[in-house]
Design a protein around this ligand. Structure first.
Ligand SMILES: [Zn+2]
Length: 497
């Protein structure tokens, strides 16, 4: 009982004491003496009436509420019986709560650690202990993390560039070489009229080693690096909420729910620099949003054949004030080279050529007959896998009950649980992959369906009055148009649905 400092003394007359008038005061004195001899601090809860059920024991209810505040290391009673003599349900409620908050039950004869198997058996609630032990482990882990974060200890795995984690001290330190790079990035971004993309190119060309050896600097990487509060010397915890075990869904918490505390690691940027960075990022992100155009006829379907990236559209004002739409490839390679694709004006001629292309190529396109056999086979396999998931889930449930019944030790339980969970996860992944394949197979048009669709396209195209209508008409027959221009030759390769 090394870690006991503050306890609750709980006193209650039991029915058997009715005849002895001073039994309660005797108990009181005994417990005071016991607690004082241990040099513990304490609060007293003394039940005036002697109700058996929890409902009629207001002091116990008060005590259990305070237990949730995690202020007590133990509850001191004359005898285990004083704690709970009502029905099993009441007893369960009380002991479960004490166990969950790791509050020991202490009698002058013996302390009971509710998380100790022998002790809990002695107290006689073995069966539900197993159930809540699992919950407690989880809770303690989480509390440990939060407590760690509150002390400024690093708890979130791999720290960001330019920090490195020290396993022994559980803190992070700055790698001096990486720090040079980091400072370069911060200062360049703050002091020069340079955007994230330009900065990424600049770093790649300068041969500055990236965060990961295989992938070059990019605007997303720089964004993450520049906005992180870790570099202010802070530790951020609870950014996400989720339950990997239950459904695997993890959601982002809003920023006001984050725990941000001063860490033990050195800051590598100042608050002032952080504000400058955030202000510049915000200003830069506002411009494109406002200027973002509506849907163009070829939005989402026109791709550059030279680099395979989506083409962009720009509107230019011509000499006499009329406007013209251009398609161009704006892709920039990590080393800053621009894609060499030459753009083209999207005038009537262009669309006429596209229209003719779509109509004339469809007859030569071997649109695959929809493979009904393959589709059915896939459906069967997916069904089988789903059955397997159900079996595994049942088995997992059995693992839990067996553990609760004391069949497994905690280690065996963990091992078996992990095995089942891994199997379930793997199955889910397989099913997802199969479903994607199925969607692809059944989404394809048969050649008959495609020809029908192209007929509709042919009939409606000239009538389409808005870019949006044109866009959805095109999307009804093609998935991609690969654009390639060499000198004045424009080649449009059409990939049908
Ligand atoms: Zn390109």
């Amino acid at each position: 009982m090394a870690n006991i400092n503050h306890v609750a003394i709980y006193l209650r007359k039991s029915r058997d004491d009715e005849n002895e008038a001073d039994v309660l005061s005797k108990h009181r004195q005994t417990l005071y003496a016991f607690v004082e001899q241990k040099k513990w601090t304490y609060d007293i809860y003394e039940e005036i009436a002697s109700g058996d059920s929890l409902e009629f024991r207001p002091e116990m209810q008060k005590l259990l509420k305070r237990v949730e505040d995690e202020i007590y290391d133990g509850v001191v009673v004359m005898d285990i019986d004083r704690l709970s003599r009502g029905d099993d349900e009441d007893r369960g409620k009380i002991l479960k709560k004490l166990a969950r908050y790791d509050v020991k039950v202490i009698t002058p004869q013996k302390p009971y650690d509710l998380n100790d198997e022998d002790d809990s058996m002695h107290v006689g609630f073995k069966s539900f202990m197993a159930r809540c032990e699992y919950m407690m482990i989880k809770k303690r882990l989480k509390q440990g993390k939060i407590a760690g974060a509150k002390q400024g200890k690093w708890t979130n795995g791999k720290p960001p560039f330019p920090y490195e984690y020290n396993r022994d001290t559980k803190t992070v330190s700055v790698n001096p070489d990486k720090l040079v790079t980091y400072r370069l990035i911060v200062e360049k971004y703050i002091n020069e009229p340079i955007g994230l993309q330009e900065l990424a190119v600049w770093l790649n060309l300068a041969g500055v080693p990236s965060l990961t050896p295989d992938s070059p600097w990019s605007s997303t990487k720089l964004h993450r690096l520049l906005t992180s509060q870790v570099h202010l010397g802070k530790i951020v915890y609870q950014k996400t909420r989720g339950n990997f075990r239950k459904d695997g869904k993890v959601t982002k918490r809003s920023t006001d729910e984050w725990i941000v505390v001063d860490g033990q690691h050195d800051p590598v940027k100042t608050e002032e620099e952080h504000i400058k960075i955030m202000t510049k990022l915000q200003q830069n992100s506002l411009i494109p949003k406002k200027a973002r155009p509506g849907v163009r006829p070829l939005t989402g379907i026109l791709y550059c054949a030279k680099c395979n990236h989506r083409m962009q559209f720009r509107e230019k004002t011509l000499k006499y004030g009329s406007k013209a739409l251009y398609a161009l490839c704006a892709y920039q390679y990590p080393d800053g080279r621009n894609c060499e694709q030459v753009g083209h004006r999207l005038d009537n001629q262009f669309f006429d050529a596209l229209f003719d292309g779509i109509l004339s190529n469809v007859s030569t396109t071997v649109a695959g007959n929809k493979d009904e056999v393959a589709i059915n086979e896939l459906r069967t396999v997916i069904g089988q896998k789903q059955d397997k998931v159900m079996q595994e889930e049942k088995a997992l449930k059995r693992v839990y009950t067996s553990y609760e019944d004391g069949v497994y030790s905690a280690d065996e339980f963990a091992l078996r649980r992990q095995g089942r969970e891994a199997a379930i996860k793997a199955l889910h992944q397989e099913i997802q992959a199969l479903n994607e394949k199925l969607a692809m197979l059944s989404g394809q048009y048969s050649s008959f369906e495609l020809k029908q669709q192209v007929k509709v396209f042919k009939r409606e195209w000239k009538k389409a009055s808005s870019p949006k209508q044109q866009n959805s008409l095109l999307k009804s027959v093609v998935t991609r148009i690969l654009y390639d221009r060499n000198d004045d030759n424009v080649d449009l390769r059409i990939i049908y649905k």
